[in-house]
Design a protein around this ligand. Structure first.
Ligand code: S6P
Length: 557
């Protein structure tokens, strides 16, 4: 167990979350969220003194870069890590403009803009592309503070960038954010990294390099194992917001003070557990009955909605339509890096007017659930009324809005506004964003649990779309069936290629490419092949008959 990285371990608090009541599930997820701040086992999470000192050092580096005319801060990551970097750079660039500074923050996400709201997981395995993108964005600057985020200390895309920084110390200061000790960094070689390099090699080199900074507090295993969009994503957001906030404002406060304020507010989310649990129940009922969930928001609140929705596709192999987020203004489009006109851009990037939204929502399946984020509930009242006439369920997440719910309304409100008491407007907004992230993660995660996509606390139906996920899938099959690694890998590969024959002549990269053309439940089929000694064809037939993946593992299929 000790060699399993913290970010891949199973959390003892959620071992049976798939059998919990919705209220208990909401409580368990909240307790896991608080581990980010209070720590896990003997580790102190974001309250660790050594870590907080390093965070204060980073504040000094950011401040210096903000004041340097030829300086830029580049934040990079894959999947959720890249999305959180994008949101931080968007928010703090806005603050730069308000402080009469040019935009000093630049984001890079593996897979480009479309990866912000769709799954482009395979790109995280490419260190060459990562380094080339960093070189490109930093070309016209003399000093670059590079912040590479990879929660598992594993993504080669970020590894290649850190290596490039280490090779060019006169220009770059490399900072690594992740949530494992360096000894647990990924040691697996990837085909595109020459000289047998690994992420572990780069992280070890950083440890020995003066001026390079590694920020890797241990926040403990994810509530759903490996789902780093949850706690690791939260910790990333808190760290970036704390550092950038302190560097942009005239204050004597230290990282500890700001993190404490985040912690106290997040703790208060517990007061809304009953309302959160009600919404989880409605979201679960909606998904079980093939309804859709929609989030409607504007500015960064709307972007958080789109991001939460899009992450369910790779995490639970859910369909693109199950949960989607919509923007009511063009804030998202305006925040994007310019890309070539022919680059793939998701339709979700478009903002929608109330009329557009009605056109899209009028054909929603019966009993769908529409979540209005903060001020959008009142701004879109005409749409709310039309949706209610069609008997859809309406949820209002109230954050900073000062309006109230009409009396006799049957809208389900979760009111966090009373917990957001910070006197500082910037901090109020950052805290509201964090609460929103946690609330949406809780709703979408728990709804998938109710739909049967999780067994104990394992996301069984994960899409095997990169090397990390390929090895995670093998571990899941081994753990749940007791077979050895070779058998697990053999069945997984047969399931990927949809064949009863053994495949021995393909590389891991080819396996990942083959996944892109396979819409099947790859891991559940492989699981059943191992559990019941079925051929691929037999297992596929069985899975097609049994919609609840959880039932395969409990023998109820
Ligand atoms: C996790 C999410 C993934 C990860 C991505 C990067 O819930 O689905 O997209 O963010 O794989 O992981 P890491 O460990 O490099 O931050």
């Amino acid at each position: 167990m000790d060699s399993v990285p913290f970010t891949e371990r199973r959390n003892a608090l959620t071992m049976n979350i798939d059998a919990d009541t919705v209220e208990d599930a909401a409580n368990r997820l909240h307790e896991c969220n608080m581990e980010v701040f209070y720590g896990y086992e003997n580790y102190k999470g974001l309250s660790d003194d050594e870590f907080l000192n390093k965070l204060d050092q980073l504040v000094i580096l950011v401040k210096a870069t903000l004041q340097n005319e030829k300086g830029i801060i580049v934040i990079s990551g894959c999947g959720t890590s890249g999305r959180i970097g994008f949101l931080a750079s968007t928010f703090f660039n806005q603050l730069c403009l308000e402080n009469n500074l040019p935009k000093k923050y630049h984001y890079i996400i593996a897979g480009g803009n479309s990866a912000l709201v769709t799954s482009v997981e395979a790109t995280e395995d490419d260190p060459i592309v990562g380094a080339a993108e960093l070189k490109h964005v930093s070309e016209s600057f003399e000093r670059v503070l590079f912040i590479g985020i990879t929660c598992g200390l594993s993504a080669p895309f970020v590894g290649g960038q850190l290596e490039y920084c280490l090779d060019n110390p006169e220009k770059f200061i490399p900072v690594l954010i992740g949530f494992n000790p360096v000894s647990m960094a990924r040691q697996i070689r990837v085909p595109k990294w020459s000289g047998d390099k690994t992420f572990y090699g780069v992280a070890s080199r950083m440890e020995k390099t003066s001026g390079a900074l590694i920020l890797n507090p241990i926040v403990g295993p994810e509530p759903i194992s490996g789902s780093s969009r949850m706690k690791s994503g939260t910790a990333t957001k808190v760290m970036l917001d704390t550092v950038f906030y302190l560097a942009s404002t005239n204050t004597n406060a230290k990282a500890r003070d700001v993190i404490e304020e985040f912690k106290i507010t997040i703790e208060k989310m517990k007061n809304e557990t009953t309302d959160i649990a009600n919404v989880i129940q409605q979201a679960g009922d909606c998904m079980i009955n093939n309804g859709y969930i929609r989030y409607v928001g504007s500015s960064t609140f709307g972007i958080w909605g789109m991001i939460d929705a899009s992450e369910c596709v790779p995490t639970y192999n859910s369909s693109y339509d199950d949960i989607r987020g919509f923007m009511t203004n063009d804030y998202f489009k305006k925040s994007l890096n310019p890309e070539s006109a022919d680059s793939l851009v998701s339709p979700a990037l478009d903002q929608s007017t109330p009329d557009d939204l009605w056109k899209t929502f009028q054909d929603l399946p019966p009993s769908s659930l529409i979540v209005f984020i903060d001020r959008e509930y009142h701004l879109q009242k005409a749409l709310v009324d039309k949706l209610q006439q069609k008997n859809h369920r309406i949820v209002w997440i109230k954050l900073l809005s000062t309006e109230s719910l009409e009396s006799n309304s049957n809208v389900q409100m979760i009111d966090f506004s009373k917990s957001i008491t910070s006197a500082d407007v910037t901090k109020q907004y950052l805290i509201a964003e964090l609460i929103l992230k946690l609330c949406l993660n809780t709703i979408s995660t728990a709804a998938h649990i109710l739909k049967g996509k999780v067994y104990q606390n394992i996301m069984i139906d994960v899409r095997v779309s990169n090397i990390k996920l390929f090895y995670r899938a093998i571990d899941i099959i081994k753990l749940l069936t007791g077979v050895d690694k070779e058998t697990a890998e053999k069945c997984l590969i047969q399931s990927i290629y949809q064949t009863n024959d053994e495949i021995n002549n393909q590389t891991i990269e080819q396996h990942i490419t083959a996944v892109a053309n396979n819409k099947d439940h790859i891991v559940p089929i492989a699981l059943l092949m191992c559990l019941s000694n079925y051929s691929y064809t037999q297992a596929k037939l069985q899975i097609d008959k049994c919609p609840r993946i959880r039932d395969i593992c409990t023998g109820n299929n």
